[in-house]
Design a protein around this ligand. Structure first.
Ligand code: NAI
Length: 460
């Protein structure tokens, strides 16, 4: 393999927190020893960066990724409950990295329940409950909005199918909960079916997420490429990591149209930081995924071969049942880089081209035919005294935690001080009628805190 074949490619490097510096150091050494023509541009991010310069994600870090197009990132620590927002979420949204791609493949030498897993999880990376749109509705009720859009869904499905075709995969499965979340997962599934029509060579099917989890832990070898909304993808991809050996061997890439950031699935592992025992495999597999993404597949194969040979020889870190330190493991891989079989004739894989999704026609809901008003009411022995009529709007339902209380009789269920009052009309309504209703509620001393207009399709 002649290095002359590739000009040096500049790649942003973020070492991160906890075990981040140890494992990125190991990966950089292996990549260098493999002769990969990469020039690293190191920039800071994470908790240590926040403590030093007041920001967990300085502008220079994002600028570097924007300039170079590609980054390899070590894990960063996010304070729980308080403190700064997750650096990962901030990078994904700032750079529009709409797909998170996590391969889960059985590795040689690592004993798991299954020996033949080879699947790829493609997770929508921006939307769902991750938009951080949260509200305190009453003192007892918190809300996270789950937003699924046609644009975001089309993009991730386009990428999943393009990736499947590029890698010669045969099947893409959409994982969802459209039986319960009829609007949000329903839209995700509708977009999946639309994109699938452009890929007649690939089997497209779908499965409900709970069934998918059961099938994955019983027959994981039957899955190929999975595409999921953000939250299900987050959970299911960790489940898949467990199928092949756990967090220490789970890589990932955050992919956008112009930029991509590759990082291990695991976090900064503060419990073992600085001890020299962290497993760099997940980050190394992420680097391999990155090399494939930038068209340096032959270097990826060389490193992968040395990694697999090392694991097959039983040399592994403690989390995988071995005794090697990070440094010993890294040396063992470097020592095997020369053993790579001839890659004459091997071809670098072309980067996946994300086709332009058909631009969705900007459309508006044709007519509003009702409104859900959410009100606070603390006397559980009677329903909130909301008006039964307001102009053309008639009260058709009151519910509490999804259970219908009106029209009665109310069932004996656990109640909270947050009621949904549904008003519908026989003809289209406009905002003035809603405002009149809200004014009437306020005049009756009813606290309302959330209003959702209902399109015709939801009222019929
Ligand atoms: P974690 O993944 O850091 O650790 C979970 C367990 O796995 C620990 O026992 C740890 O020692 C072990 N582990 C993880 N990676 C390992 C490796 N490479 N080698 C050997 N053992 C390994 O998850 P945790 O403890 O929930 O999170 C710690 C911090 O990491 C938190 O601040 C969290 O927000 C952050 N985090 C960052 C991520 C990222 O930057 N991509 C992803 C997930 C968590």
């Amino acid at each position: 393999m002649g290095d002359r074949m590739h000009a040096h490619r500049r790649v942003t490097l973020i070492r991160g927190d906890g075990i981040g510096p140890e494992i990125t150091d190991a990966v950089v050494r292996i990549v260098h020893a493999a002769g990969v023509p990469i020039e690293w541009e190191e920039v800071p991010a994470g908790l240590a960066c926040f403590e030093q310069c007041g920001s967990p994600l300085p502008a220079e870090t994002l600028d570097s990724i924007r300039r170079n197009g590609v980054a390899l990132k070590g894990p960063t620590t996010t304070p729980v409950g308080t403190g700064h927002r997750s650096v990962n979420v901030a990078i994904r949204t700032a750079l529009d990295l709409f797909a998170n791609v996590r391969p889960a493949k059985s590795l040689p030498g690592i004993v798991t329940r299954f020996g033949n897993v080879d699947l790829i999880v493609v997770r929508e990376n921006i939307e769902d409950t991750y938009s951080a749109i949260e509200h305190q509705q009453t003192a007892d009720v918190a809300q996270t909005l789950r937003i699924i859009t046609r644009q975001g869904s089309m993009l991730v499905h386009q990428y999943a199918f393009a990736l499947a075709r590029q890698l010669g995969r045969r099947r893409v499965t959409c994982v969802h909960k459209a039986n319960i979340h009829k609007q949000s997962d329903g839209l995700f599934l509708e977009c999946f079916r639309q994109v699938a029509q452009d890929y007649p060579d690939i089997v497209a099917d779908d499965i409900i997420v709970d069934n998918a989890c059961m099938q994955l832990v019983v027959r994981p070898e039957t899955f190929d490429v999975l595409v999921l909304p953000n939250l299900f993808g987050d959970i299911v991809s960790d489940l898949c990591a467990g199928l092949v050996g756990g967090l220490g061997v789970a890589p990932g890439g955050n992919i956008g149209r112009r930029h991509a950031v590759f990082e291990a699935v695991h976090g900064s592992a503060p419990d073992i930081a600085g001890k020299g025992i962290a497993n760099p495999t997940a980050l190394l597999l992420s680097a391999i995924q990155m090399l494939e993404h930038i068209g340096m597949g032959r270097y990826a194969r060389r490193i992968e071969h040395a990694l697999f040979a090392t694991l097959k020889a039983g040399i592994m870190t403690r989390d995988l049942g071995g005794t090697a330190s990070t440094d010993q493991f890294c040396h063992a891989i470097i020592a095997r880089l020369g053993d790579t079989p001839s890659d004459e004739g091997a071809r670098d894989q072309q980067p996946v081209v994300i086709p332009d999704p058909p631009l969705p026609t900007p459309s508006t809901v044709s007519n509003w035919r009702g409104v859900d008003v959410f009100v606070e009411w603390n006397q559980f022995d009677r329903l909130p005294p909301v008006p039964e009529r307001s102009g053309g709007l008639a009260l058709t339902m009151i519910s509490n935690r999804g259970t219908k209380l009106f029209p009665g009789p109310p069932p004996p269920v656990t109640m909270v001080n947050w009621y949904r009052c549904r008003y519908t009309a026989d003809a289209p309504i406009d905002s003035s009628e809603v405002l009149t209703l809200l004014a009437q509620l306020s005049a009756n001393g009813i606290r309302w805190m959330h209003v959702e207009l209902l399109p015709e399709t939801m009222v019929s």
